[in-house]
Ligand binder design. Sequence first.
Ligand SMILES: Nc1ncnc2c1ncn2[C@@H]1O[C@H](COP(=O)(O)OP(=O)(O)OP(=O)(O)O)[C@@H](O)[C@H]1O
Ligand SMILES: [Mg+2]
Length: 252
Amino acid sequence: MTDASTQTLDATPEVPATAPDAGPTREGIPVLSLDHVSYSYTKGGKKIFHDLSYKFESGKVYAITGPSGAGKTTLLSLLSGLANPTEGEVLKGGANLAKLDRYRFRSHDIGVIFQSFNLLPSLTVAENIILSIDASGKKFDEPKKDMALRMLERVRLKPEYAGERILHLSGGEQQRVAIARALSYEPSIILADEPTGNLDLSTQDDIMDIFKTLAHRENKCVILVTHSPEVASQSDVVFQLAALRKRRPATR
Ligand SMILES: Nc1ncnc2c1ncn2[C@@H]1O[C@H](COP(=O)(O)OP(=O)(O)OP(=O)(O)O)[C@@H](O)[C@H]1O
Ligand SMILES: [Mg+2]
């Protein structure tokens, strides 16, 4: 799926048609939706978004692009329940996220990968992953150490890395651990802010392969913020988040 459809997310975009080759079992199910969402950081302050509506489906990789300051990170914080829309609703399935237990949503249903990784540098790789399994409060039959090793395999890191401290890893390796940690409690939605920033092109391709596998084989909904044209071109749907405020002075 290299021919990503490009949309401008500055009003109410069309919901993209399901991919033509998608059979009934592969059809995406809306997992997160924006329903007429507007947002400003302060009451009556500048609007970062105005009236955004969209449905994010399982089984797809979405890339959100746009100039610095367009509101990409802000959009991820709304989708991850860290902030509430000023107007409109973010829906998980059909339920208003603002009314759900957002701690549970964040620790169970979504895996968030921050640009700065937010790994604990003095702990080992396995300890970082196990910490997030513990924080989810989910119960698994498999021993946590085995789960951690399985997550490393998914992000193509050798098992020897399990006992390595984060501060001994390269940027690309840390990025893989951050993804492994986000996957550790099996969330159905993955959100990532600039997941391939500062990585060379081949590592970037490798990381994108992981995200594509998660969406296309494991039916997860993957939403990435990126400045990279290569990442955008490898995604199924590309949003260009227009800078609303920058266009305003054009009105005489
Ligand atoms: N906590 C905040 N309080 C007030 N304004 C904020 C806050 N965080 C961000 N903004 C403003 O909101 C706008 C959008 O910021 P955001 O971080 O979402 O942009 P971005 O598209 O992620 O940019 P970049 O590509 O540089 O990361 C910016 O103008 C920024 O100054
Ligand atoms: Mg940002």
